[in-house]
Write a protein that binds this ligand. Structure first.
Ligand SMILES: [Zn+2]
Length: 416
């Protein structure tokens, strides 16, 4: 004869004294197993607050926890949690070895769910784990809350600040990252000064002194926040290469639109449908566009000049020495402001106003593009997030996948 089913489940669940399986019910047609767990009479438990050993005061109502499946059978653990009456802390439910307080799942199930959620989108994970969509989100929320609570508070040396569109239109979130670790450290609503302030306010003055540099867009609310919280802000703000190039690319596009309109009025359609050609950097232009692009560039168009000015700025970040880069910047600025291209002149003047934060790159050599892995991961989450329905879910998913957090629940006496 084999093991009795109660004994089998005792082993499968890895239960330790005083807990033991009292009953197992298999409902084949429902595809589920229900397992009841009890403790012997007169067992003493400790107060969850002070660990004082006490007699059982009473039991709460029976509860059920979803556990790892038994051979594709949904498996539920049932028990009546004991309560103790602590002279100091009053009547409290004791800690159960298989689940965290208020959890609807056992610790082992939560660990599996976290593994599956890390590999899938929420819908896929919910399907694999046979959870509802809300239950899957609930697990993810709990994991993130757990991870954030356990995370030690420390300010990274190199901080990245970026805005991300969180939905349609003007719905933004501010994402603060640790550029060295490549992790998301903080997420705040909108992209106002208060958004970034909410990150800095968490630290003491001593901790803030550990921040050596902040990479960001030329965005006044963020600049003001750094000025309000960090000493020597102008030495620490680094305007991000990625954002600056995007800004210049926007100027090229403005020139192209205007020129296209002028040319089209005379029946010249050379620039029509060329928008994306001018967005590439020279080395990234796909092979199939080479001929057309060479023709356009040789055609003495304003757009071609604007593009060449944009591409020349790219070299700024390749200099080994700040002095050479500063010379390049000066020459570039002269060229750009004498280009007679209004959009390019305006862009160059904006850069000039932010010159210190441009040149400070050579003291720190940081860029949000260095966290490009992070950017593309957040972008992937955003794409998968079309079904998230709200911004809070988007934030949870970013923390879950990019926060570098300790997401697993602690085990108390269960293997795993
Ligand atoms: Zn107590």
């Amino acid at each position: 004869m084999g093991m009795r089913d109660t004994e089998l489940y005792h082993h499968l669940l890895g239960l330790a004294a005083p807990w033991a399986v009292s009953d197992v019910e298999l409902a084949v047609s429902d595809g589920r197993v229900d397992v009841w767990v009890v403790h012997p009479a007169r067992t003493r438990f400790v107060c969850p607050e002070c660990e004082r050993e006490l007699a059982v005061y009473d039991h709460s109502e029976e509860r059920a926890w979803r556990h790892l499946d038994s051979c594709a059978f949904l498996t539920y653990l049932h028990a009546r949690p004991p309560r103790v009456e602590c002279p100091e802390h009053g009547v409290l439910q004791v800690r159960l070895p298989w689940a965290e307080p208020h959890a609807r799942f056992t610790v082992l199930f939560e660990r599996l769910a976290i593994d599956v959620l890390s590999e899938c989108d929420v819908q896929g994970a919910a399907r694999l784990l046979r959870l509802s969509w809300d239950e899957a989100w609930h697990l993810m929320d709990r994991a993130v809350a757990r991870g954030l609570a356990a995370k030690p508070l420390s300010a990274p040396a190199h901080v990245g600040v970026d805005e991300k569109s969180a939905g349609r239109g003007q719905d933004y979130i501010t994402v603060v990252s640790d550029l060295d670790r490549g992790t998301v450290e903080h997420i705040a609503d909108e992209r106002r000064q208060a958004s970034l302030d909410s990150y800095f306010t968490r630290f003491t003055v001593e901790q803030l002194a550990g921040i050596e540099a902040v990479a960001m867009d030329m965005w006044d609310p963020y600049i003001n926040s750094v000025r309000a919280y960090l000493a020597d802000p102008d030495k620490k703000i680094v305007f991000d290469r990625y954002h600056i190039m995007k800004y210049l690319t926007g100027a090229v596009d403005t020139v192209r639109k205007q020129e296209n309109r002028t040319l089209a009025a005379t029946g010249d359609k050379r620039l029509a449908g060329s928008k994306y050609l001018w967005l590439y950097s020279e080395e990234n232009l796909p092979e199939r566009h080479h001929d057309r692009f060479a023709l356009l560039r040789g055609a003495d168009l304003k757009t071609g000049r604007a593009w060449a000015i944009k591409e020349s700025l790219r070299h700024f970040w390749t200099y080994r020495r700040r002095g050479w880069a500063a010379k390049h910047w000066k020459r570039w600025y002269f060229w750009a402001t004498h280009s007679r291209l209004t959009a390019v002149i305006a862009a160059a003047r904006t850069l000039k106003r932010h010159e210190a934060g441009l040149l400070s790159y050579f003291a720190h050599r940081i860029t949000n593009a260095g966290a490009e892995g992070l950017n593309s991961r957040i972008q992937a989450i955003r794409v998968a997030a079309r079904g998230y329905r709200n911004r809070e879910h988007f934030k949870t998913a970013i923390y879950f996948h990019c926060g570098g957090l300790q997401l697993y629940p602690q085990t108390h006496g269960l293997p795993g």
